[in-house]
Design a binder for this molecule. Structure first.
Ligand code: AMP
Length: 414
């Protein structure tokens, strides 16, 4: 039975998901976490409800992996024991999530040249691309001769026009150092646009939407005719919305001031902006559930963090309605916060009635976790949609397109 493996390597983690291809359906998936952390390494996995022989089963076990290659070996042993003893021989392709692809706009088949391009892009994504390369190396060792494909977080945003992707800096910095806006979460935004088109009953090429991926990392995109025309993240995933631990939009002079006044090094500044700011820096927690609980209990900082998060999302929705010249078919909510919190969706959308976005309060409350739904009132000038994101499915589909493998049936989203 042919299978596809999707890998998503972080600095100390390796996420995986197996897809069956006859028919095309998501199978077991999970994450190897704390790679290199001795006895603390964990392998967690779960099977989807429809998985033959393992319906909805969950696993958690302690493992040991000194690097991504040994994490990969642990994952394979686990799959061999729990899915199929012949797994390694059944895999027809491996798809990798790679964060930064510079100006690459499509998924690519991995070879020496494309691996070099990913290495080159690591200059702009020093924390993200190197683990991706380790994941590629780990898979190449195990799946010799099996085609591997890289799917880039930045690719979907390559359709942005120069007036949206350029910074107001000397032009030579763009020419010589490629300093520009790239955008991230592209695989998720692409998936949301495609699913919104299905829900709207329109071809993707005629679909204008604002996609809100609201999770620990958050970004919003403006999409015209299925193509991204603007997105809130920039050269790195630091720009834009207030996030779990990232500050989002900030006057660059604040950075200069902090470096001078607080004597911060480049590394300290990077840590402060990426890991100690956002909801964490403001409220003490990067988890929006705790922030909501704190705000409900009357904690002023939690209330402030929540208000800032919500306000900035709303501001971007307004800006992107302008970017799309008012021609918006739908605003789509997704990821941990966007999918699971009717309260936050209501806080974002209620004040936008004046712009014609009419929330249906009952429909908003009724969308069940993990399900899609339309939460707009009939009077709303654009549909308001909730769509659970599925980046692995999107990576799997793009991988199959690159290798030219046609699954026997359409995918089943979970
Ligand atoms: P993600 O990065 O997509 O996994 O999203 C993580 C974020 O989603 C965290 O801030 C969580 O607190 C938030 N989240 C998950 N479930 C809920 C919920 N039911 N209500 C509010 N926020 C949630």
């Amino acid at each position: 039975m042919s299978k596809l493996l999707v890998l998503n390597a972080g600095s100390s983690s390796l996420k995986f998901k197996v897809f069956g291809l006859q028919p095309f359906a998501a199978g077991i998936g999970g994450m190897f976490d704390r790679i290199g952390d001795g006895a603390n390494c964990t392998l967690k996995a779960s099977a989807p409800p429809h998985a033959a022989g393992a319906q909805g089963r969950k696993w958690e076990q302690k493992c040991f992996a000194k690097d991504h290659v040994s994490a990969m070996q642990n994952i394979l042993d686990f799959i061999k024991d729990n899915v199929s003893g012949a797994f390694v021989r059944e895999v027809v392709a491996v798809g990798h999530r790679i964060v930064h692809g510079l100006d690459i706009s499509e998924p690519v088949l991995l070879n020496d040249k494309t691996i070099d391009q990913i290495r080159a892009a690591a200059v702009l994504a020093p924390l993200h691309n190197p683990p991706g390369l380790q994941g590629i190396e780990a898979a190449a060792k195990v799946f010799q001769g099996v085609p591997q494909v890289a799917v880039f977080d930045t690719a979907f945003h390559q359709s942005m026009p120069p007036h949206a992707f350029m910074y107001g800096l000397p032009y030579e910095l763009y020419e010589q150092h490629r300093i520009r806006r790239y955008g991230f979460h592209g695989t998720s935004h692409k998936y949301l646009v495609e699913q919104a088109a299905v829900m709207l009953g329109k071809p993707v090429s005629e679909t204008n939407v604002i996609t809100c991926h609201l999770g620990n990392g958050s970004s919003i995109s403006a999409v015209r005719g299925g193509r991204c025309v603007d997105t809130s993240m920039g050269m790195t995933p630091l720009e834009g919305l207030l996030m779990g631990t990232r500050c989002g939009d900030l006057d660059p002079a604040v950075v200069l001031f902090m470096q001078k006044q607080l004597n911060l090094s480049v590394k300290d500044t990077d840590t402060l902006l990426n890991k100690k700011s956002g909801l964490l820096g403001l409220t003490g927690s990067n988890d929006l559930r705790s922030v909501l609980a704190g705000a409900a209990a009357g904690e002023p900082r939690a209330a402030l963090g929540l208000a800032m998060f919500v306000y900035r999302v709303r501001k971007y929705i307004g800006a992107y309605m302008a970017a799309l010249e008012g021609q918006v078919d739908a605003v789509v909510f997704s990821a941990g916060i966007g999918e699971n919190s009717p309260a936050v969706r209501a806080l974002i959308l209620e004040p936008l009635r004046g712009m014609g976005l009419d929330l249906d309060a009952a429909a908003n409350e009724a969308v069940l976790r993990g399900h899609r739904g339309d939460i707009g009132a009939p009077s709303s000038r654009a549909r308001l949609l909730v769509v659970p994101t599925d980046e692995e499915l999107c990576i799997a589909e793009q991988t199959l397109q690159v290798v030219g493998f046609k699954p026997s049936e359409q995918p089943t989203a979970q």
